[in-house]
Write a protein that binds this ligand. Structure first.
Ligand code: HPA
Length: 275
């Protein structure tokens, strides 16, 4: 970590992005693995490669485009990450604060986070969508550790309403209109990249987790620090390890994500229209 993560560090990235567009995005979208095709529907888009943005992180996953897409979706000005950053890729937790802080400086007020997750709650089914009501993060450090950047928020901050109630209500209403049986539950953060063991899943269930996954939480914490509104949606791509008598494969994760992509996109689009 050669550079210090101060306000100027993030501002340099944001100023570069703002110099490429003639509007300020209101909503940021970070779309989870296999759920990213919604970004193709963004209109009047301007695409900026991560590698061209000063101080921005660079995607390590080959299949990820590593691009920021700015434009219009469902009548809203959006910025969308095509390719997100995870701790398991080798970044430090502090580095993972970066996209959200840059979005804050672009003028974004609302962050929509989606992910693929394993269903820990045995009443859930593969293909179900869960609105994140709350999370549990017992692993690793906070993305906002280190010297506090006071321009973003205070040293200590509240997490009671990190997943904004008003947005959860919008998601529930849209799901009801679409006759989609939506869940609401607790997302348990897992640093990965290995999936959990069956014993770990039993422990997560006892602790109160309904779904488990390797993303989203660092972004939600960073957003709470700078008082942005957050909506988190998880797609249950598989039952978590040990729930079924079968091994867990990434093929299953990808397959479910592909199968559910259309209904997920429809839900997301209508939610964005109402934000
Ligand atoms: N565990 C952790 N992350 C995941 C899973 C899982 O079962 N499925 C998709 N992402």
């Amino acid at each position: 970590m050669a550079k210090s993560f101060n306000y100027e560090f993030y501002k340099e990235s944001a100023d570069f992005i703002l110099s490429k567009v003639d509007f300020k995005p209101q909503i940021a979208l970070i779309l989870g693995s296999c759920l990213g095709s919604l970004s193709e529907e963004i209109e009047n888009k301007i695409i900026i490669k991560y590698e061209d943005i000063p101080n921005f992180l660079v995607s390590t996953v080959d299949s990820h485009a590593g691009e920021l897409i700015l434009g219009e979706l469902a009548g809203k000005k959006v910025v969308c990450m095509s390719g997100r950053f995870h701790f398991y890729e080798g970044y430090d937790f502090e580095q993972l604060a970066q996209p959200i802080r840059v979005f804050k400086l672009l003028g974004v007020e609302t962050v929509v986070l989606t992910n693929a997750a394993g269903a820990v709650n045995v009443s859930y089914r593969t293909g179900d969508i869960m609105i994140i009501k709350d999370h549990i993060k017992l692993m690793g450090a906070s993305p906002v550790r280190g010297p506090n950047v006071a321009e973003f928020g205070p040293r200590f901050f509240d997490m009671s309403d990190a997943y904004t109630e008003e947005l959860r209500e919008i998601a529930k209403n849209v799901a009801a209109e679409q006759e989609l049986n939506i869940r609401e539950g607790v997302y348990f953060y897992w640093s990965g990249p290995q999936f959990e063991t069956p014993a770990e899943i039993r422990a997560i269930r006892i602790l109160g987790g309904d779904a488990v996954g390797m993303s989203t939480v660092t972004e939600a914490i960073t957003a709470a620090h700078c008082e942005m509104k957050v909506l988190g949606l998880s797609l249950m791509t598989n039952m978590a390890a040990g729930v079924l008598d079968q091994p867990l494969t990434t093929d299953e994760v990808d397959e479910t994500a592909q199968k559910s992509a259309d209904s997920f996109k429809k839900l997301l689009r209508d939610i964005i229209a109402r934000i």
